[in-house]
Design a protein around this ligand. Structure first.
Ligand code: SF4
Ligand code: SF4
Length: 559
C-alpha cells in the first residue's frame, strides 16, 4: 500500500518517484488510505500544499525535481510521525449568543434555519464580562442595574471587541462572512475537536513555585486565556481548548519549558537534517501559497510549519546550521520571540560570515527579492545530535561551534529574548549556595569536591532569581541582555571558591571558612565577655552544646 499520493486532474509533465501513487482521477483514491497528498481534495492524514508550490515554481532540473518532490513527501511524513499533539473532543450544545445591531442580526437570522440554534440576542453595550470556553461560556450582562448571567455554547459577535477574543467560542462574521461563521457553528455542535498545542516542563519553568515572580512571559504574550498564572501557588494552568496554537508563548519562553507539540524541537531538528545542502524557505501553514508565483532558484526547498509564532533562536540556528545556508522566513506576522531571535542571529552571522542569516519576506515581492539574495554560506554547516536536549544547551553548543576560537565581541539580547552574565564578588560570597538552589536550569552549580561555585553563562536565562535569593549585599549581580561571542562564554567557570573550616573541638569540617568568619565577625563582639560562647562560633553543631555544658560545670565547680 502506497502512503503517498499525487493527484492532479490535468496530469504532470514529468514522472514522480514510484513510491508516489500518481493519478488524475480522484475516484481512484476514494477507497485508499493515504498518509500524505499534495491536495486537500484527497482524503488523507496530511495535505502538503508545498508539493505543488515547489513543482510549479522550482527552477531545479527535472531529475532533481523528481528527487525533491519525494523528499517533500518524506519530510511531511516525518513531521506527522513526530508530532506530539493529541486531539480531544468536547460536547457542545446549540445555545448561541448573537451580539449585533439590528441590521446585522437580521442578516444573520435570515441565513439560518428556524430553530436551528437556541438563539439569544443582546447589544454589546450591556456586556460586563465573559469567561469560560466554547461549550461553557458565561456572559455577565447588565440588566437595568442587575447582573444577569447568560450561559451559552458559542458567541457570534459582529465587529468583536477585546473582551470576546480571549476565550474560545466567539466568532466574528466581519472577519470572514456570515455563511462561514454559520458553517463553523454547525460544525462545532455536538463533537467539538481541539488539539493540545503545547507541552510544558515545570522543572525548568522560571515561574513555577518561585517565591518572587521572575517570569510569566508566556501568559503576557498569549492572546487568549490558554495560559493562566495562579499567583497564590505560582503555578501555570493551561487551557488547551482556548489555545489557538499560534506558538507565541514558545518563542519567548526563556528556558524551553514550553515546546510546540505539532513541531517540537526534536521534530525541527529531524526535519532540518533533511535540508542539508538545501536552502530552506520556511512557510507557515496559514500562508496561502497556492497562488504565489515566484522563481524558486535551484536548491530552494519549502520548509512547511504549522503555527507561525513558535520559532526561536534554537530552532532557527538548527535549521541554518544543518542546511549550511541562509534561510527565508515567508510570513505575514513575526512573534516577539521570533523577531528578537532573527535580529540576534542576523547580527551574529554578520559578525562571523559578513552576511545575514535570515531573510524575512512578508509578501510576494519581498519573497522574490529574498530569493535573489539567499545563498549557502561556506563553512557554516554544523551537524550536531541535539535530540532531547534543552533549548539553551542546544543553542550554546551550536553557537559555540559558530564562534570557534574567535572573539566576535558582544551581541545585545532583549527585549523579549534575554541572556545575561552573572557576576559574583568572591570576597562577599560565603558559598551559602542559595543561588544554586534558586537556579533551576543548572547555570549555577556547586562542586563539593573542590568547594567551588561554577557558572555556565551560555545557559543562564538571566531570570534574576539567584540575585533575589543571594543573602549577601553587593555579592551577586547580573549584567542583563548580552551574549559574549568568545570561547569562554560557553565554558563552565569558577566564580567563587573557599576552603572548609574544621571544628576546633572535634576537627570535623562543617562549613566554609568564609561563612564561619562572617558569623564570628558579627557575633564575636556580642560574646566578648564569654569565652565559651566565643569558642562555639568555631564549633560544629555537635560540639557547641558540649562546650557550653563544660563551661557551666566549671563555673559551678568554682562556685
Ligand atoms: S515563559 Fe516559560 S519559563 Fe516563563 S513562565 Fe512561561 S513556561 Fe515558565
Ligand atoms: S543563573 Fe540566575 S539568572 Fe541565570 S537562570 Fe539561573 S537563577 Fe536565573
Amino acid at each position: 500500500m502506497q502512503e503517498f499520493v499525487y493527484y492532479n486532474p490535468v496530469g504532470l509533465d514529468f514522472p514522480l518517484d514510484e513510491a508516489i501513487y500518481v493519478t488524475s482521477n480522484i475516484e481512484e483514491t476514494k477507497d485508499a488510505n493515504f498518509l500524505i497528498s499534495n491536495s486537500t481534495e484527497i482524503d488523507c492524514e496530511v495535505s502538503a500544499d508545498e508539493i505543488d508550490f515547489y513543482i510549479k515554481n522550482s527552477l531545479d532540473p527535472i531529475s532533481k525535481k523528481i528527487e525533491n518532490v519525494y523528499k517533500l513527501y518524506e519530510i511531511a511524513a516525518l513531521k506527522f510521525d513526530l508530532a506530539q499533539d493529541i486531539t480531544y473532543t468536547q460536547n457542545i450544545g446549540n445555545k448561541v449568543l448573537l451580539i449585533a445591531n439590528s441590521d446585522d442580526a437580521k442578516s444573520f437570522i435570515s441565513n439560518i434555519n428556524p430553530n436551528e440554534f437556541d438563539l439569544f440576542q443582546i447589544d454589546e453595550s450591556i456586556i460586563k464580562s465573559i469567561s469560560g470556553h466554547i461549550g461553557n461560556l458565561c456572559v455577565v450582562v447588565d440588566d437595568e442595574g442587575k447582573d444577569v448571567i447568560l450561559k451559552v455554547d458559542q458567541i457570534v459577535w459582529f465587529d468583536i471587541k477585546e473582551l470576546g477574543l480571549k476565550q474560545s467560542g466567539s466568532f466574528d462574521p466581519t472577519k470572514s462572512s456570515i455563511n462561514e461563521v454559520i458553517q463553523t457553528l454547525r460544525k462545532n455542535i455536538d463533537e467539538y475537536e481541539y488539539r493540545k498545542f503545547t507541552t510544558y516542563d515545570s522543572n525548568i519553568c522560571q515561574y513555577h513555585e518561585r517565591r518572587e515572580e521572575v517570569c510569566g512571559r508566556c501568559e503576557e504574550v498569549c492572546p487568549t486565556t490558554a495560559i493562566i498564572k495562579i499567583d497564590s501557588k505560582k503555578h501555570l494552568e493551561f487551557s488547551q481548548i482556548d489555545c489557538h496554537g499560534c506558538g507565541g508563548c514558545i518563542s519567548i519562553c526563556p528556558s524551553g519549558a514550553l515546546d510546540y507539540a505539532p513541531i517540537s524541537r526534536n521534530s525541527i531538528f529531524e526535519m532540518a537534517k533533511e535540508f542539508r545542502d538545501f536552502i530552506p524557505l520556511i512557510i507557515p501553514n496559514k500562508m496561502n501559497i497556492s497562488s504565489v508565483n515566484v522563481p524558486l532558484k535551484e536548491n530552494v526547498l519549502p520548509f512547511k510549519i504549522e503555527g507561525e509564532k513558535f520559532l526561536h533562536e534554537t530552532s532557527f540556528l538548527t535549521i541554518l546550521q544543518e542546511s549550511g545556508s541562509q534561510l527565508i522566513f515567508f510570513t505575514d506576522f513575526l512573534s516577539k520571540g521570533s523577531k528578537d531571535a532573527i535580529r540576534i542571529l542576523n547580527e551574529i552571522y554578520t559578525k562571523k560570515y559578513g552576511k545575514k542569516a535570515i531573510f524575512v519576506a512578508m509578501n510576494e515581492e519581498e519573497l522574490k527579492e529574498a530569493l535573489q539574495e539567499v545563498d549557502f554560506i561556506e563553512k557554516s554547516k554544523f551537524s550536531y545530535n541535539q535530540e532531547d536536549e534543552r533549548k539553551r544547551e542546544t543553542f550554546a553548543v551550536r553557537l559555540s561551534a559558530l564562534v570557534g576560537q574567535e572573539d566576535l565581541g558582544v551581541v545585545k539580547t532583549g527585549e523579549h529574548l534575554h541572556y545575561g552574565k552573572v557576576n559574583i564578588n568572591e570576597d562577599k560570597c560565603t558559598l551559602c549556595l542559595a543561588c544554586v538552589g534558586a537556579c533551576n536550569v543548572d547555570a549555577l552549580k556547586a562542586y563539593p569536591e573542590d568547594n567551588t561555585l561554577r557558572l555556565n553563562p551560555s545557559i543562564c536565562t538571566a531570570c534574576g532569581y539567584c540575585e533575589l535569593s543571594c543573602p549577601e549585599k553587593d555579592c551577586l549581580t547580573i549584567q542583563q541582555d548580552i551574549i559574549e561571542l568568545n570561547p569562554s562564554w560557553f565554558l563552565q567557570r569558577v566564580v567563587a571558591k573557599d576552603e572548609l573550616f574544621a571544628c576546633v573541638e572535634c576537627g570535623k569540617e562543617f562549613a566554609t571558612k568564609k561563612a564561619v568568619e562572617k558569623i564570628a565577625n558579627i557575633m564575636g563582639p556580642i560574646f566578648a565577655n564569654n569565652p565559651a560562647k566565643q569558642r562555639t562560633l568555631y564549633c560544629c553543631e555537635n560540639c557547641k552544646p558540649k562546650v557550653m555544658l563544660s563551661a557551666d560545670i566549671s563555673k559551678n565547680q568554682l562556685v
